[in-house]
Design a protein around this ligand. Structure first.
Ligand code: HEC
Length: 96
């Protein structure tokens, strides 16, 4: 009986992890208003979906430090912690 319960808990954990990966992390909704969440959407704003995770993180750090030319991203990047940027970058990188 104990094994059955343990197996059930294991399945729940896997299911929860799957849902969590599909959901955008906190803060990502603030990006998708301008940066489309799908590579299929055409937009004048540079595409983040499918970009390399480290490239997104580096760009955010450079915007925040004023080392990269920006119209709006310098101000936006200041509103996010490193942890939030990491999570958002990982999520965009995983989008098709
Ligand atoms: C108000 C619209 C707007 C929002 C909201 C926005 N961006 Fe941007 N983003 C831009 C624009 C416009 C650029 C081009 C640089 C500039 O002019 O600031 C850009 C550029 C970038 C780039 C560089 C892309 C490249 O290939 O050069 C990254 C990375 C980026 N944004 C990440 C984000 C993230 C992450 C968020 C959410 C936290 C976000 N942006 C929210 C408009 C926006």
């Amino acid at each position: 009986m104990r094994h059955v319960v343990a197996a059930a808990i294991g399945c729940l954990a896997i299911a929860a992890a799957g849902v969590a990966a599909a959901q955008p992390p906190a803060g990502a909704a603030a990006c998708t208003g301008c940066h489309p969440a799908s590579a299929r959407v055409t937009s004048p704003v540079p595409r983040l979906a499918g970009l390399d995770r480290t490239a997104i993180v580096r760009a955010m750090q450079e915007f925040r430090a004023g080392q990269r030319t920006a119209t709006v991203m310098d101000r936006i990047a200041k509103g996010f912690t490193d942890d939030e940027v990491q999570a958002i970058a990982a999520w965009f990188a995983a989008q098709k």
